[in-house]
Design a protein around this ligand. Structure first.
Ligand SMILES: [Zn+2]
Ligand SMILES: [Zn+2]
Length: 137
């Protein structure tokens, strides 16, 4: 029978640090999280980060955000389903507030679609403010 490997105090510290790093960013890939914690834990590998984020996601502590442009899995500090905006230039994502308007759009889409069941949340595409500023300079 498979049992979860024993969790050492060191691993508990990884979990805490990775959870905090994700909370600071809001959304991040394993590679970004690894970069964030490298100064504190130089010995941590991408495999360890992957194991921690997979486990946190399976437990519903963190959620999934739209994948990065590279196709890399991206995690969300907020495990509840919500809409995202994704920049087509730099690939950054941010949350779209769950305003009445956003919920109304979702409701209308559900009615319009008729024959198909919408399961996922929306990902709006566009250009973020940072990239828009770069374009004008
Ligand atoms: Zn951008
Ligand atoms: Zn999000």
């Amino acid at each position: 029978m498979l049992t979860e490997r024993e969790i050492t105090p060191r691993q508990t510290r990884y979990v805490t640090t990775i959870t905090n790093a994700l909370a600071t960013r809001g959304h991040a890939t394993n590679a970004e999280l690894l970069g964030d914690i490298r100064s504190e834990f130089p010995e941590v590998s991408i495999t360890t980060v992957h194991r921690v984020t997979s486990r946190l996601k399976a437990r519903g502590i963190i959620g999934a955000a739209p994948s990065a442009a590279s196709g890399a899995e991206r995690f969300d500090t907020n495990p509840m389903p919500h809409h995202h905006f994704m920049c087509g230039q730099c690939g950054s994502v941010c949350d779209i507030p769950q305003t009445n308007e956003a919920l109304k759009v979702m409701h209308q889409l559900k009615e319009l679609s008729g024959r198909c069941a919408i399961a996922g949340m929306l990902t709006m595409q566009g250009t973020c403010l940072d990239c828009a500023r770069k374009e004008t300079t």
